[in-house]
Design a protein around this ligand. Structure first.
Ligand code: ADP
Ligand code: MG
Length: 696
């Protein structure tokens, strides 16, 4: 058996308990240890003179103990003053033994390593690592940077360092043992070192490499391994995709009946489709003619007209005799889709039905029955659609709107739902959150991507201003003037705490107060804790212009469409992410008139907050905003934890290593054709054998 696959227990000093702890870190085999790469490094390669120390640096020093004292003041602590002739520094210990007290007698020479900071009486090191230096010739420096590994409870750096070192030694006894799966051509093109070189360089970087270079990712050894790690994640997702693509699915072939229906559908629309919409429709059409499931993501900025594109896909399925499920993230949105679809499919012999968690009793039974016997052609709903009791007769297409609210796993669950005897439905995912290109490539490498990169004609950019809350009365005046022109307004109250209840209460109070100061304005309130019928009625009243000012929580974020509402006030916008703000703002600017968004912040603003609001003010382009959001908040925040949660990187950093992602994107698919033998080993190496990526 290959030594790489041997359990960690074969190493000396690794007993059962340590092996268990290593397993908690996902380290089962020798290979796992070799690929357990350091989080950061410590530099003990040279000795700092005490006089040259500055707060914030982590340094190795050598000096003589001048003074030792126990300070009873406050928390009892042992203070040890050390000097080397260039200056002095205080070592501070809050926990100490009598033995320690004895060993650090004045006159003793010691070496210490810790971060330097400002203390009560000059520079200090708190709980430094230290050693007694017995002979003046003793070497206290190390030749390599010291790796600091990710740990788990009960495991020390020393134990893991020794284990990794043994694993590396075993491996170096047999050159060629560690297969380098990256082809020579790629190594040469990007000046990547060979695998074994890169591995040893990262576990024990020599003194020519700086800790900064390792941190900022510019070291070739690191770049190479980051490439390999990102590649492994990419390949794993592609495997998933290829497996799904291998299933059978209904083919919506092009028949005269389909042609007729599609012409009728397009003719009856109240607008002319944009070029981008037509292009994406034909991409969908081509997918659906194949015998394998479509797996397509449609990205389009708010207001780009995604709904009609997915309705067109629904038409293809219906005409081929299949059912369609449309899943929306909120009831509000599901209701709106229900209305749109019902209107668009009026001239077609099909039933559009609606299912959410709210639907109970016999009404629910009727819907479930219609789905099971096939009388319902289109079912629109929330995630209630993939509950167990729901059975489809002939589900051919799943449409998921505003995908960022759903996790990858939910996506998969619904896919399974529609499976019938080895045949799985097509799947279309719509998202209004433009995802930065680099992230999309990893996040959605199980999907093909279409982009609607054109807004319907006549839309004017939304004029956005950033104003302090003190100018509330100006804002109120502006609402008066706006409503006098028969136009409508949104007032959005953002989350105060992570509590639905509090958010709704805040919105209630705001609505009351606004109604008082704006007696001529018809004010209504909508929030997430209302019954869906109630929300529906309010939304409908707003649409019919029976309400002038709609006070809302962020429930109106997605999809809600009222073209006559051209002014939006967002309170405390600094609390929201940029993409979310952009989504909210997208509720206005849907008509042909000028529209405005006022970001009313609570002073004082932090620099970052000011910067972020500036981004929203200056750009109307969701993709630009998403890129900025990524830069400012990091991928976890942008994608939502639910989605990045599965993507756990050992060394890659999606922002720092964006350039590497581009390289992965360029060469990734070639691995399936040119080096198929590399694919699984790379995934095992980086994702662990226990990964469930491929489970679909
Ligand atoms: P989103 O992409 O944000 O989901 P919607 O599908 O809700 O956008 O469309 C926004 C509005 O634009 C809707 O009122 C829709 O009817 C309208 N619309 C869609 N396509 C066009 C078009 N080609 N020309 C004019 N209006 C359109
Ligand atoms: Mg939409």
């Amino acid at each position: 058996m290959n030594i790489l696959n041997q359990p960690v227990g074969i190493l000396s000093g690794i007993g059962g308990q340590t092996a268990n702890r290593l397993q908690k870190l996902g380290l089962y085999t020798i290979q796992d240890l070799i690929f357990h790469l350091p989080l950061r490094y410590e530099d003990r390669t040279h000795v700092y003179s005490i006089g040259s120390l500055r707060p914030g640096i982590t340094a190795l020093i050598r000096g003589k103990v001048e003074l030792l004292d126990v300070l009873p003041r406050g928390r009892k602590s042992l203070i040890c003053r050390v000097s080397d002739g260039t200056g002095f520094i205080n070592l501070k210990f809050f926990h100490f033994s009598a033995n320690q007290h004895n060993m650090l007698k004045p006159g003793t020479v010691i070496s210490c390593f810790a971060e330097v900071r400002y203390g009560y009486a000059g520079l200090e090191m708190v709980h430094p690592e230290y050693k007694i230096v017995t002979s003046p010739n003793e070497c206290i420096t190390e030749t390599c940077l010291t790796p600091v590994y990710p740990l788990t409870e009960g495991l020390s750096q020393n134990v893991i360092r020794k284990a990794v070192k043994q694993a590396l030694d075993l491996c170096s006894q047999e050159p060629g043992l560690l297969t380098d799966w990256i082809p020579e051509t790629i190594l040469a093109q990007y000046h990547y070192p060979a695998l074994s070189v890169a591995i040893s360089a990262l576990h024990a970087p020599d003194e020519s490499v700086s800790t900064q270079a390792l941190q900022n990712g510019s070291v070739p050894a690191l770049k190479r391994l980051v490439f390999e790690e990102l590649l492994a994640h990419y390949l794993a997702l592609r495997i998933t995709r290829n497996k799904i693509k291998a299933w059978a699915s209904p083919s919506f072939s092009e028949t005269p009946a389909v042609k007729l229906a599609s012409e009728q559908f397009i003719r009856s629309l109240p607008f002319k489709l944009t070029g981008a919409q037509q292009r994406v429709m034909s991409e969908i059409e081509q997918d659906c003619r194949k015998q394998h499931p479509m797996m397509r993501l449609v990205q389009g900025d708010v207001g780009s007209g995604k709904t009609v594109v997915c309705a067109y896909a629904a038409l293809l399925a219906l005409t081929a005799g299949y059912q369609v499920a449309v899943m929306a993230p909120t009831e509000l949105l599901a209701e709106q889709h229900k209305r749109n679809f019902s209107a668009w499919f009026e001239g077609f012999a099909t039933q559009v039905m609606y299912l959410t968690g709210q639907l109970k009793g016999s009404a629910r039974k009727t819907v479930l029955q219609a789905l099971a016997d096939g009388t319902a052609g289109i079912i629109i709903g929330t995630h209630a659609l993939f509950q167990e009791s729901v059975n489809f007769n002939r589900l051919g297409l799943i449409i998921i709107d505003e995908q960022h609210r759903f996790g990858v796993h939910q996506r998969m669950a619904l896919r399974e739902k529609g499976q019938q005897g080895g045949v799985r439905p097509h799947q279309l995912v719509m998202t209004a959150t433009p995802i930065p290109r680099t992230l999309a490539m990893l996040q959605y490498s199980d999907l093909d991507i279409s982009v609607i990169d054109e807004l319907p004609p006549g839309r004017k950019p939304i004029v956005t201003s950033v104003i302090p809350a003190e100018r509330r009365s100006d804002v109120i005046d502006r609402i008066n003037g706006w409503v006098a022109k028969q136009k409508q307004v949104y007032w959005v109250c953002t989350l105060i705490e992570e509590s639905d209840v509090l958010q709704c209460e805040a919105a209630e109070k705001t609505a009351e107060r606004l109604a008082e100061v704006l007696p001529k304005v018809r004010v209504a309130l909508i929030h997430g804790r209302m019954k869906s019928a109630e929300k529906d009625a309010i939304m409908q009243a707003f649409k019919n212009q029976q309400v002038d000012l709609l006070v809302a929580t962020t429930v109106i974020e997605v999809g809600v469409d009222v073209p006559n509402a051209g002014l939006m006030i967002i309170e405390n916008p600094e609390r929201l992410g940029l993409s979310q703000l952009h989504q909210l703002r997208g509720r206005v600017g849907r008509g042909n008139d000028d529209s405005y968004c006022l970001l009313m912040y609570q002073a004082p603003l932090s620099d970052t907050a000011r910067h972020r609001l500036g981004v929203i003010r200056d750009s109307n382009d969701g993709f630009v905003i998403a890129e900025k959001d990524l830069e400012l908040r990091g991928p976890g925040e942008v994608m939502g934890t639910r989605q990045t949660g599965q993507m756990h990187f050992k060394i890659a950093d999606l922002i720092r290593d964006a350039d590497v992602l581009a390289i992965v994107q360029k060469h990734g698919d070639d691995f399936f054709t040119h080096s198929p033998a590399a694919v699984q080993p790379l995934c095992d190496r980086w994702l662990g054998v226990s990964t469930d990526y491929s489970e679909v």
